[in-house]
Design a protein around this ligand. Sequence first.
Ligand SMILES: Nc1ncnc2c1ncn2[C@@H]1O[C@H](COP(=O)(O)OP(=O)(O)OP(=O)(O)O)[C@@H](O)[C@H]1O
Ligand SMILES: [Mg+2]
Length: 593
Amino acid sequence: MNADQPAAAMPTLPRVLGYLRPHAWRFAGGLALTVLGIGLDLLKPIPLAVVLDVVLGDKPLVPLLARGLAGLSDVTLLGLAATAIVVITVAIGAATVGSNYLTIDVGQRTLKFHLKQQTGDLLFRVMADTFSIQGMVMNGLLPLARSSLMLVGMFVVMFRYDPHLALVALLVCPPLYLAISRLGSRIHGQATASKQAESELYSKAATAIGAVKLVQAYGREERSAADFRRGSEKSLALSLRLYSTETLFMLIVDSVLAVGTAVLVFLGAKHVISGQLTIGELTVFLAYLREMYAPIQTMSQNFAELSSARAGLDRVFSVLDVQADIQDAPGAIPLPPVRGEVRLEHVTFGYDEDRPVLRAINLEIRPGERLALVGRTGAGKSTLASLVLRFFDPQVGRVTIDGYDLRQVTLASLRPQITLMLQDPILFHTTVTENIAFGADLPFEKVQEAARRAEAEPFILALPQGYDTVLGEDGADLSGGQRQRLALARALLREAPIVILDEPTSSLDLGTEALVWQNVEALLRGKTSIVIAHRLSTARQAHRIAVMEDGRIVEIGSHQDLVRGGGVYARLWARHSAGADLTESDLIFAKEG
Ligand SMILES: Nc1ncnc2c1ncn2[C@@H]1O[C@H](COP(=O)(O)OP(=O)(O)OP(=O)(O)O)[C@@H](O)[C@H]1O
Ligand SMILES: [Mg+2]
């Protein structure tokens, strides 16, 4: 899957910050308070030093200073409050990325992309990976920012006490850097692999759950379960591997810091003995050292956290980065209300560029004309129809409506002018009424009328709550023909000048089809239409019939012309009229396929 390659467009970090931009003020406020908190933290060991030097040494007490400073640690609480604010901001940020992902996805992702992606994988990316941003900012970025500032501050103070010791304290940095650069990329790689495995597991689960009937019918439960088990074992193994690397990393960091501390205590004691430092100063120094190493420790822990969060984010971004290849061109104009002249000029198109599904198609449909598309399964009929809606752009040639190249007009002005009924009706998990109206704000009477015209009312009324029945819930599953009639009702409600029906009645019995068809006729009257049909009796009613074979239009003309022409269509028709059983010969194309 090409979507798994990391986003090349922009590094992850700036992008995360980009998503937080709407919350920039809160974020900046939080950060400012954090800085204040750090300043106060830096002052913390000083009262102790003053007290020690007064008690053990003979320096004068500066009461004002001591009291002032003691109170200050309370103010450190402010720092905590600040962190809380930032955390909230981050949560909002994560939600923004999530919803952003969803809207962009529904609105702009191409069909091609969706067809390639596994639902489970997409789901995982949205649900789990998006929350990586929360992990990244909460456990990674913020502590990292805080620790770095703290480190700089402490170093400055320590340097003023004893430059020599301060520099020695820094000697731990090179080995730490080595550990980070060596193990860092390994952690990132392992985290990516682990997320990938988890994601595959989601895909497996989603597929198995979706296909539960099939799995049971074929007695494949054991296999399906074993498959899932294998997937989860793999995922577990990868998580363990990641965990061990992270632990190793932290172990190295801890050891380096322990050695560093030991060396400094030793040197510090010598400096006190030689009089370079007072005991108070050494205390401050050691307190600082502890505090300075603590952020290093957090940083390295966070670093592991950051690496795996980044792996998750890379996956989210790689989805966002799939450019919608069907987009409004710069300077696209709105398509004015059309008369409905549809033309395909030398159109060649393939879902993969090197495997054309449509080859050099020339086709002109006059306004108000009805064209039937017939041909074997896989000939390219649905594909041709989808080009008229500009679901895809042809690789060669162009598609025009009323002379407007579809690439030059806005999608928002194009698609409302076309009514589409898909080959596989899509219904939503909502009421029958909403399924028919499909977002249009219509009075219920209109919905009811459409349902009647599609011969759907009888079965709708037989559902538990009639029109208010939520589809897909207990007892509200529909047959193929019933689904088709609901989709048809939906299409009947649209008043668009161009109509595309892909096998609108293929799942209906002949009796119902005849009833429904009268109303389809009414829908098509006066409109430009493309009707894809397996049944010759349906095709015959069109003004012209185009016969497709292997991505080409091999014959086109009226029923009479084609029968007279003596080609493919004529042969099929001859068999049809030879008195073969109606149902059988009617479906002749399906059988030929
Ligand atoms: N989303 C897709 N990605 C890749 N190939 C596709 C896709 N959809 C269809 N195809 C291929 O394009 C070819 C034409 O498919 P199309 O759906 O247009 O055929 P059709 O004439 O509508 O067939 P049917 O009568 O079975 O509906 C087929 O070979 C099919 O495998
Ligand atoms: Mg089709």
